[in-house]
Design a protein. Sequence first.
Length: 439
Amino acid sequence: MTILNPLCEIPTRNIFKKGDIFVLFGELFGRGYANGLVDEARKAGMTIVGLTVGRRDENDQLRPLNDEELALAQSNLGGNIINIPMMAGFDLDAAEGEPTPTDLLAKMSLKSWQEDKLDWDYIESCRKIGVDRFKHSMAQVVVQLEEMIPDGSNVYFAHTMAGGIPKVKLFLAIANRVYKGRGVRFNSSKTLIESDLGKFILMNFDEVSANTFDYLIESTNMLRKRLEKSGGEVCYSAYGYHGSEILINDEYCWQSYSNYTQGYAKMRLESIAEAAWDQGINATIFNCPEIRTNSSDIFAGVELSLFPLLKSLKREAGGQWADEQWDLCRNLLAEGNTLEGLLEIIEAYNDNEVIVTYRNYELWPMDNSEQLAEVMIGTSGAITAMHKDKNSLITDLLSSLVLEGTGPLIFHEMSAPTAPVLWLNHDIIARQLNIMHNE
């Protein structure tokens, strides 16, 4: 278990300049944490290079982006994309003519999945095929990077790969019960991860969210040594999640969403960075706060920890801009509801004895429970109902602020990283935002 290690001082150093290279190790989809880093790299005048996961054809075979897809992806990134499919995970990998893991999972049903078994020797053979495929593509990418990166350059590799959920309807049905279910629709996360279905999903999470960081560091070893020998610096960052500190009863306290099934892969990601750090490699995982995204919306209640950011904005040298954010949030509430009343509900939620039990860092990621689901999902629904429009929520605004604040924090920290694993909590994000908007 990694020791909780918050970033406490706002980093200001910047070694990156025009001609240096920023490599986005992943594909940019929509608006997320990666956008903040790309924005900072662009401000520094860096050359931006991206990758693609590729696309699947009608037979589920990976292919590069076509001309139209490539043009759109490069426009979104604001840089060139190496058009070699870098899809991680092995849920759709198998020997030619043999069933993929996804094919096997598709045979399970809602009635049988808890007892259904997988042939783990066969699953391991599929995993090896997927890993070999990924590493082969990675080697091709590195060849192109070698050609475009001159001696003495500083290079920032930003790992953004995450996920690994197989595309089977069964899991979506189970996930709705595990992460959104209450009462008779509740499902235990422990039951899920102890089943063969759950064990496979954890393996695939490891491959996508964690092991790809290891493959990146390993495959760029010679490139890194060449650049460092010629006076350049190379660094690697990745996004983690391991809970975050928020204001509870006017004190910053660690808390987390439960059950965050991907948490096991995120801890593996931390251990990979720690191992690299021990070898003198600048590799840092940034554990970022909970936000609302298209992918996180399956976790009902994950957004509840966002609301205390409003208090942090005022507490951390907030001024007029912080007051304006409060007013913007007030205007999103339906008539008869107040922002102060909403925050009182959040305080009561965080003081609930069930929620207090789940603030246990050493036991993270804890399994869910019927009691937790009742309190967390119930509170989430009640607060959503306080808004004028369910498609325009306070947590959307607060999520955008978190994204805005983390970009410069991560980018500047990687100019002189201080640890292999760091937490970006509400205090330093609020301080960063206030500095940005009060200059």
